[in-house]
Design a protein around this ligand. Sequence first.
Ligand code: DX5
Ligand code: ZN
Length: 217
Amino acid sequence: MSVRINPSILSADFVNLERDLGVISSADFAHIDVMDNHFVPNLTFGPQMVGRLQDVSPIPLDVHLMIENPERWAPTYAELGAFSVTFHAESTTDPVALARRLRAIGARAGLAIKPGTDIEPYLDLLPEFDQILVMTVEPGFGGQSFIADVMPKLDALAAANTRLGLDVWLQVDGGITLDTIVIAAEHGANTFVAGSSVYNAPDRDQAILELRHAATS
Ligand code: DX5
Ligand code: ZN
């Protein structure tokens, strides 16, 4: 099984982001957390910053939008060249229409759900998406503990992938460590966002290698 390890720069040094993107070269994608202080109680950065990250990053960007009104902004990130743009189910009324706009621009479309959001209403929409992000913490902050209670959502998504003959990437984000990545992988996750467990490690590439090994063993 191929897995993807996506370090989150939320745990990087915000005045040295170019440097900190350069120390994760063994990663698959750089995970970029956009927060608007409305959808979540935290604020990070917007399109101007992400455009510059896109310019300097040695690996493609996986943009996670924790914002209200993603219809207004998600296409902008796709136009900037992000490899994938993921928006939250809780902040849109027509996820399929927005996913189609993102795909038309050339980005992969992702749908994220918070820990308290049911996955069942979205299972039949799987063909419209390239990845589903099952949040394993409440979105907003790095360094929180993994919520194992959401694992049945991954089981349901993996079963839907099989039933529909799809390979929609199943992503988890929040509290991913060498221990919890094993649990998520057992439930079908194959794309792993890790912020503090990568950026707080003394050797970031070594931490990525160890996560990749744990997810595939
Ligand atoms: C949380 C963000 C995550 C965060 C994960 O809202 O979406 O991407 O950076 O951080 P860790 O891995 O420290 O839980
Ligand atoms: Zn994230």
